[in-house]
Design a protein around this ligand. Structure first.
Ligand SMILES: Cc1cc2nc3c(=O)[nH]c(=O)nc-3n(C[C@H](O)[C@H](O)[C@H](O)COP(=O)(O)OP(=O)(O)OC[C@H]3O[C@@H](n4cnc5c(N)ncnc54)[C@H](O)[C@@H]3O)c2cc1C
Length: 416
């Protein structure tokens, strides 16, 4: 079924009885050409582009819970292309271009809103670093503008510019940055993949990976064994556990990241604001809630909820930056399991097992990567070759030392 304004009006007039489920609920077949483990944003996008770009339709996405139950439905929805290093910048630039046509491509409104992202800086040295980053963004074909203090004030007059610890010197404005509705992205890709014949199988946990003679032959699941010559592991925070089923040890640690939302307010924050020195960022959702978050909880864990010290830290940072939000009531907080790599950059690559591929290591930034990650993982699984914009996301870089360390913090998973 194609969604359109006309369809909405006609369904409204006739009692909304003609809508069909957005995707089928098929039983797993005994065999597929390719299996994607994980029905998050990256897994669903991989399946969609395998079908759309490469004509592969005998595909299943196996999801242990329900579609969108993982990080894709838990993130703070920021979309940006503001990377410094070659290897990352062309990938996120590609992703941004896909975002810009995504609703039309999927025939589903993902509520992509290019409201502009402002990264604040608080010293001369930090300004120089941001100027360098902005120049790299522009040379990559993306947008960046360096704002001085008055420039920031003209957009964000409600910030406390004089706070003693981190007075605001200016900001880097990335106008094409913004937000999208996280679960709409999962639903949009799911529906579009289903329309192309992909089987989306929920409540189907992969419990083993079958290998014979160094080649993958299928998977064991809670709904029985399924054969496939190609298997993609796209399970974000569970990457270490799933890779271990194939006898692989990934350079990934899983850490908790929390986020928060307030009661709905009238429009007050019309940009995404990032206060890196305070480990705090904030935007306002289309429903009116202030959506904000901070840093990792700093210990490795598979729990999807965090602890109080980080709650306190985030609230303090928010109050420091914009004391006005102290009147808002926080409604909910939640956590997600982050797949952190030692250099903060992802992995889209083959593994030592023939036919087994990995897409992982998205750290805290994998939402904005969903379109390009799906595009590149599909390319890799279909052709056996890395896509040009993801050619640096190799698994062996941690052995060879060709790291992509955007933050320059060294090889410590929880510092990226
Ligand atoms: C609080 C928070 C804020 C964030 N903010 C941002 C942001 O603003 N911008 C941004 O770009 N990124 C952000 N991120 C990161 C982003 O959400 C993730 O990097 C991205 O969603 C991960 O990819 P995914 O969508 O495929 O993961 P997931 O949605 O977690 O998908 C993985 C799926 O695999 C399934 N799975 C696991 N094991 C198995 C198994 N054995 N068998 C079958 N299925 C399995 C899981 O159930 C899950 O559904 C944030 C994350 C969090 C938690």
């Amino acid at each position: 079924m194609r969604y359109s304004g006309l369809k909405v009006i006609s369904e409204g007039l006739f009692g909304n009885r003609g809508w069909k489920p957005a995707w089928r609920d098929p039983a797993p077949k005994p065999a597929y050409d390719a299996i994607i483990i994980g029905g998050g944003g990256h897994g669903l996008a991989t399946a969609y582009y395998l079908a759309k770009n490469h004509g592969l339709t005998n595909i299943a996405v196996l999801e242990k819970g329900y579609l969108g139950s993982g990080n894709i439905g838990r993130n703070t929805t920021i979309v940006r292309a503001n990377y410094l290093l070659q290897g990352n910048s062309e990938f996120y630039s590609h992703s941004m271009k896909l975002w810009e046509g995504l609703s039309a491509d999927l025939n589903f409104n993902v509520m992509h809103s290019q409201r502009g992202l402002i990264n604040l800086f608080h010293s001369d040295g930090q300004r120089d670093a941001f100027a360098r980053r902005g120049n790299m963004m522009i040379s990559q074909g993306d947008d960046a503008e360096l704002l001085d203090r008055e420039g920031v004030r003209s957009y964000l007059p409600y910030l406390d510019f004089e706070q003693t610890r981190f007075p605001i010197y200016g900001g880097l404005l990335h106008r094409r940055g913004g937000t999208a509705r996280h679960d709409a992205v999962a639903w949009g890709y799911a529906r579009a993949a289903d329309r192309r014949g992909v089987d989306l199988i929920q409540n189907c946990e992969v419990t083993g990976i079958d290998i014979a003679g160094g080649r993958v032959t299928g998977v064991q699941t809670t709904r029985g064994p399924i054969r496939a010559a190609k298997v993609g592991m796209v399970v974000a925070g569970r990457s270490g556990q799933v890779a271990a089923m194939a006898g692989l040890r990934l350079p990934i640690e899983s850490h908790v990241l929390q986020a928060f939302v307030t009661e709905g307010l009238k429009p007050v924050i019309d940009h995404v604001i990032s206060f890196g020195m305070g480990h705090f960022y904030i935007s306002q959702s289309d429903k009116g809630g202030l959506v904000f978050g901070g840093d990792l909880d700093f210990y490795a864990s598979y729990a999807s909820r965090g602890n109080l010290p980080m709650v306190e830290h985030v609230m303090e940072a928010g109050m420091t930056l914009m004391p006005m939000i102290g009147r808002a009531k926080v409604l909910r907080s939640w956590g997600g399991i982050m797949d952190m790599t030692p250099d903060g950059s992802p992995i889209i690559d083959r593994t030592p097992v023939e036919g087994l591929f990995v897409d992982a290591g998205w750290n805290y930034g994998g939402f904005k990567a969903v379109p390009a990650s799906g595009w590149c993982m599909a390319h890799l699984m279909a052709t056996g070759q890395p896509h040009a914009v993801a050619a640096r996301f190799r698994l062996d870089r941690f052995a060879t030392g060709h790291l992509l360390d955007e933050e320059g913090t060294g090889s410590q998973h929880n510092l990226h």
